[in-house]
Design a protein around this ligand. Structure first.
Ligand SMILES: [Zn+2]
Length: 229
């Protein structure tokens, strides 16, 4: 399928209320992710995991990707997600374009994507390398840039530029939820309910291909340890 033929998802997804700036944050707000989790994790297969093996179940487990974007102008900007696109048990392919119901393309900025992970798995190497611009190469040693590499017109709310980030939502076996987001700089953050803020877990880059065709991200200071609360 060529890019021209590819369908563009529409937004905002009616299951997820839009979130108005200011949110007290410069990137994907937790309030949006909580609503995304409520909606995404209801979809067929979105929570199916073989917990004994800690593996998704082929043919049943399903990841869903929604595009995360902001729409509006510098004085009134809202966070939105597109209708989700279903993938399979180990991946979904995000669209970095969206057709918004309320705003023309000139007032829409794609920030990243959000998806569900099965079995409460952390971000994959593919997750860390997918960004809504072909100008930026995350495999190259990264400058400390979280904005819009190569994009002359970053989204702004008043004087605050919006930072690119992608996110995942997941549920543990005990039903508690995990919210993670990561930036083009490689920082991976988890929402801490106990601290009521984002906590940086480490700085990661896509890993090398293994014999199984899967890659594990390389992280500093060590492999990612998810918070328990
Ligand atoms: Zn993923």
């Amino acid at each position: 399928m060529t890019p021209q033929d590819a369908p563009v998802p529409r937004g905002p997804w009616s299951e997820v209320p839009t979130v108005e700036m200011p949110t007290g944050d410069t990137s994907i707000p937790i309030s949006l992710l909580r609503d995304v989790a409520d909606a995404l994790l209801k979809l067929p297969g979105a929570k199916v995991c073989d917990w004994a093996a800690q593996q998704p179940i082929v043919g049943l487990s399903t990841e869903y990707c929604s595009t995360v974007y902001v729409a509006g102008d510098g004085d009134s900007l809202s966070w939105r997600v597109s209708e989700p696109v279903a993938g399979n048990h180990k991946t979904c392919r995000p669209f970095f374009a969206v057709k918004d119901d309320d705003y023309p393309p000139s007032q829409v900025w794609v920030v990243g994507y959000v998806h569900n992970h099965l079995c409460a798995a952390p971000p994959s190497s593919d997750d860390l390398s997918a960004w809504p611009t072909d100008v930026f190469d995350p495999f190259v040693a990264m400058a400390e840039v979280r904005l819009w590499p190569g994009n002359p017109a970053p989204a702004r709310y008043k004087n605050t530029p919006i930072e690119l980030a992608s996110a995942l939502v997941a549920e543990r076996q005990d039903g508690t939820r995990i919210f993670l987001r990561w930036f083009p700089t490689g920082e991976v953050q988890q929402w801490s309910n106990a601290k009521s803020r984002w906590v940086t877990l480490g700085t990661c880059a896509p890993g090398n291909l293994t014999g199984h065709g899967m890659t594990v991200p390389r992280c500093r200071p060590g492999s990612l340890q998810l918070l328990s609360k």
